[in-house]
Design a protein around this ligand. Structure first.
Ligand code: 13P
Length: 221
């Protein structure tokens, strides 16, 4: 076990970035990254705008605190549940304004743009439960089935990914998709992509990946 100093710094950087992007307000939200069997996670009540590495703790996958002076986030069960269920490596929970607003009025954010396939397509809204409860964690885990993002009714949003940067990108993409949906819905009924259109995007993306020319010497990916 180490105290993961570099990773705690990276988590703190990400939190300040999320605050600068307007995705979190005050001490709302939490972030974690899994390093092997250990999880580096924000402390409860940490203010994102000024969050520092000493406000980031280390726990094991059972939630036992290994280092850090502060209590881990009240949503630890949600973070650990995501790692256990999806085997992923980073989780970002925000109270992003547009994602939260959309989650107040729809049961599911339809797949209105092909970029949403990076999130798994349409984004489900997990039913409301009190913050920090196992009921909330369970309903969000269900909403995340086959997806890397979920909205949380009357609460916020969560994304997960294989890296911390990717989980943040997913959170930004989700907020962008919610903003797009909101703008379209204010003008009429947004058209969504049907299953066939979505599958064609996945097929095109896979074909492009498989046909991508090998990097020439000296080129980095
Ligand atoms: P923590 O400060 O305990 O992380 O809780 C904030 C939050 O967003 C609860 O859902």
């Amino acid at each position: 076990m180490t105290d993961h100093e570099d990773t705690r710094e990276r988590v703190a950087d990400v939190c300040r970035r999320l605050a600068a992007c307007g995705l979190v307000n005050a001490e709302a939200g939490n972030v974690s990254v899994r390093v092997g069997g250990e999880v580096v996670v924000t402390a409860t009540n940490a203010r994102f705008v000024e969050l520092t590495a000493d406000q980031v703790c280390v726990v094991d996958l059972a939630g036992y605190r290994l280092s850090g002076d502060l209590e881990p986030t009240s949503e630890l069960a949600l973070h650990l549940g995501i790692y256990r269920k999806f085997g992923t490596s980073a989780v970002v929970h925000t109270h992003a304004p547009m994602a939260t607003a959309v989650g107040l009025v729809v049961e599911e954010l339809p797949c209105v743009h092909y970029y949403m396939l990076k999130l798994g397509g349409s984004v489900r809204v997990a039913p409301y439960s009190t913050w920090g409860t196992s009921e909330l964690a369970d309903s969000v885990l269900t909403a995340l089935d086959g997806r890397s993002a979920a909205l949380m009714a009357n609460h916020g949003a969560v994304t997960h990914a294989r890296s911390l940067d990717a989980a943040v990108e997913q959170a930004l993409l989700l907020e962008w998709a919610c903003t797009l949906y909101h703008r379209a819905a204010s003008m009429g009924t947004p058209r969504s992509l049907d299953e066939v259109q979505q599958q064609a995007v996945v097929t095109a993306a896979l074909a492009r990946m498989n046909n991508a020319p090998a990097p020439t010497s000296g080129e980095t990916s």
